[in-house]
Write a protein that binds this ligand. Sequence first.
Ligand SMILES: Cc1cc2nc3c(=O)[nH]c(=O)nc-3n(C[C@H](O)[C@H](O)[C@H](O)COP(=O)(O)OP(=O)(O)OC[C@H]3O[C@@H](n4cnc5c(N)ncnc54)[C@H](O)[C@@H]3O)c2cc1C
Ligand code: SF4
Length: 564
Amino acid sequence: MTDKFDVIVVGAGPAGCSSAIHLSRLGYDVLILEKGKVAGQKNVSGGVLFGKYLDKYGLINLIPNFEEEAPLERKITDHEVHMLSNVKTENNINSYKIKSITNNSLLSKLGFINTKISTGVDYTVLRSKFDRWFSMKAIEEGALLNTENTVENLIFSGNNVVGVQTTNEQLYADLVIDSSGVTSNLIEQTGLRAKLEPLDTYHGVKHVYELDKETIDKRFKLKNNCGKSLVYFGEFMHGVNGGAFIYTNNTTISIGIVFSLDSLMNKMTNNFDLIGKPVDILENFEKQPRINEYLKDATLVEYSAHNIPKGHKVMLNQPYINGYMATGDCLGAFVKIGPLIDGMRRAIATGIMAGETFDYARKNNDYSINSLSRYKELLQPIYSDINKSRFDSRLFENELAYTLTPKILFNFGSYDKIKCKITKDNISNQNSITKIQNKTGILDYEEDPDYSHIKINQKNCDNTEDKSWVPLCPVNCYTLVNNKGIFASFKDLYQYNLKLIAAKQTINVENDAKQLTLEDIKKSKVSFDHVACVSCGTCGVIGPKSSIIFNHERSGHGIKFRYG
Ligand SMILES: Cc1cc2nc3c(=O)[nH]c(=O)nc-3n(C[C@H](O)[C@H](O)[C@H](O)COP(=O)(O)OP(=O)(O)OC[C@H]3O[C@@H](n4cnc5c(N)ncnc54)[C@H](O)[C@@H]3O)c2cc1C
Ligand code: SF4
């Protein structure tokens, strides 16, 4: 392999592959470096991929026949939003309320919740298959794809980025396009932004269930291989900001929750008597009778989690330095407006725009910020969408959206009241370690016995008072260890203390158990094991750098999602 390229693209996700395809077609020498064994195996999405963006930046422009060629699941023709209440019992009858907003609803027509988001070429995808196909398209166009090769550092010459240092080698290029997603640590090396904070990101958890095609068609009222995107808000969130989604695939259903990480963290460290791990809220949602009907007899085949950037907080104002540009989630180009969860299309658009910018820079023979500023001009429509999502976040990402709004909708508007057998849909008290082990047990990992990609400072972690990254880790990488046992969530420790105190006294049991739990958290040691890590990035965001340093797995090790 030559060690000097026109462009090095870091990451073979949608952003990286689209840059590589665009640039290779123009005849440039492009190298894509991907940490996974194959593209897509470390990536997670909901995922509805919107196929069009403006008149030339959609997947349909890059690959006009993608509808015939790509491994797509179902064409999404319907986008629905539903507000769900918990189950209530009145006169011994259990029921819940549901308010549905579709294209024809008044709220949609008035523009409060926009469900008219279809572009006519929108499909559900599973990332493990889709990204692999997309990366093959880049190879067909002439790009070189080097997998199992993790980029660790940028190489600078003065103020210019001139290449990358991977786990094994140094590689050089006129331009480095960083498409390594929300967990990029290269971007911090450029000084374009600091480490992300909880307020800057969403955290998504997801289940994939297998179910035969006919049953999916019947339950979701689907025909001709079409699919639905369903987004839910409501009391099942227990006041955490965010929303749930259900997307229909061919023979699977993707179901998940996207939370505001700061709100989730707040809830889980202050209301740890209720929520043990983020997935508890997803499981609670799945128990809601309406959702439970969709999932009846389905088999859980994957559990995953990943962070997503809040575009309106972190999209870079200056997305380049000399010899370097950021695209996709790394740039922060993620838009969430009502039911619109839209990162892949933006990743593709920014990938193409970065490719166009390199072409312009090559013609000027100048890879400095003077030429690269062209990129910012191209990005203007995305900045404008990001501004709209900022407004939407004010409406939907605050406590009122989950307390007052449902009350107004259910008390004054029309809604359906549905009788059900389930009496209450409360979060279960199953021990988090066992619960998560059951989920990680169905995942594929390739352990790296000699290397941990996440480095923790044991003393600093032990001495941190709140240790909030422990319960927020979606798997069991972090646990609290003390003389009472090993705990993967604060809730489990609280449950232990509750029994202890209830055996001694009968008043103030809950309050005293909470106090004791807080003292125990402070005094507990932290144990860390990278083996089941899904590389979501959360501990790196929550933990201070003096305690936790998040890095990427090397040589293709770590999680290998089969669906994604
Ligand atoms: C639960 C959930 C639901 C979502 N739902 C939707 C949805 O319905 N629709 C939608 O459009 N978007 C959705 N998104 C967002 C969407 O997944 C992202 O916006 C999109 O994947 C961003 O693409 P990207 O190419 O920028 O980054 P990524 O997809 O994250 O790709 C980054 C690539 O870089 C590689 N990489 C990372 N670091 C390195 C390194 N140092 N060296 C080499 N390789 C590296 C990774 O392995 C990966 O292949 C969802 C996200 C989540 C988590
Ligand atoms: S160890 Fe960190 S990156 Fe890995 S799954 Fe847990 S929180 Fe996510």
